[in-house]
Design a protein around this ligand. Sequence first.
Ligand code: NDP
Length: 451
Amino acid sequence: MDFDYDLFVIGGGSGGVRAARVAAADGVKVGLAEEDRMGGTCVIRGCVPKKLMVFASEFAGAFSDARAYGWDVGAARFEWPVFRERLNAELDRLEGVYRNLLKGSGVTTYDTRATVAGPHEVRLGNGTVVSARHILVATGGRPAVPDAQAAELGITSNDIFHLPDLPTSILIVGGGYIACEFACILHGMGVEVHQIYRGAQILRGFDGEARGHVAELIREHGVHLHVGTNLLAMEKRPDGVWVKTTDGREQVYGQVLFATGRTPNTEGLGLEEAGVEIGRRGEVVVNEFSQTRVPSIHAIGDVTNRINLTPVAIREGMAFVETVFRGNPTPVDHDLVANAVFTQPEFGSVGLSEEDARDQEPIEVYCTSFRAMKQAFAGRSERVMMKLVVSRATRRVLGCHIVAPQAGEMIQLAAIAIKMGATKEDFDRTCAVHPTMAEELVTMKTPVRHA
Ligand code: NDP
């Protein structure tokens, strides 16, 4: 049977674009539909604009540190509209890059919503149905807002980049990546930040000691972090949003930001009708080759809710092409994926938390906390934390957790060694680079505890 396309990709984010480009470069006839801006969450409303906001917000500390280093810095003020305009121009540029990459590799793009109309059929926004030998669903996710009364008064991370003005105060709801990152960003930009988290400690799932350290630093940074606290009621007021929280506080905030998780974009896509299994959280259920229950339909990235990170989606896209178009079945390796939470300072981690490791086997824990030279000289009290979780049986480093400026950069490199199976003794025989913060990773001699 002849198809209009060998591959039709629904979703022009990091995963979908990579799969489309790589397949097309192999001579596969590829179509791709995107209903919003090309580039998806990462480029348009996630990692990229977020990281640029991190850079912008870090200048607040840099100016005061500069004074300690002898610079005569005048009064500095952050101008959100100036930054936002430059940010938008950069996002336009990046979207253009993505479009050119697709065009250059011969992918036919459609700026429209597309849905699945059958195992080999895709319906475009104008009603046209195109046929495809393979369909790749890469529709990502979207912010999930709790079912709270008057929740529509809050905004999500999608909206933050478009605010005409920064509020004078904000309440951030949530204790995950987005909540913690924006708490630091907005505080750095001069906003009074309150963050509430329903559980006992932020960043659930990460190493306990590191979570505690990050929480302490977020507070030291000036964010009003309240754990064990949730929303009770919200009301619109002339000067913002009145909020009552479970700890009895009532306050009016300029904005309320919900950073309460994300939901896979599967609604109304025609997937279940086509026979694709959808999981409890709305995710597309796939096997290790990203294949759904319908053999011609695959799914990658956040819509599958495996590990919701851009580089993982890209790898899933590459593995899909390798499997389906190059005859080389390639499962995606989801083990030991390093990641960074871009708080200030950053939190990088790879492998098992102390808690998960000790449930698995006997371990040794190496941990150090110290004031880094650059910040200490500037009079800051914040401490860096470095931690290695080591298997007592194999000596392998099972987990590495770093809370420090540039921890994202450090963990990327530590992850190579850990992925290669480095032991604690491999770390020990690696000579330090002095003076750096990361040298502490190879100079921790005595375990702080056994578990
Ligand atoms: P997370 O899952 O990280 O955090 C969601 C937070 O919201 C949790 O603290 C959760 O609490 C809380 N929450 C969920 N539902 C409710 C509710 N009804 N009421 C109150 N609180 C609630 O999601 P994010 O939105 O922060 O980020 C989504 C994903 O995007 C991340 O998991 C990550 O994969 C990715 N991401 C990665 C980044 C990076 O690599 N630096 C940056 C940003 C996002 P609880 O813990 O109790 O469930």
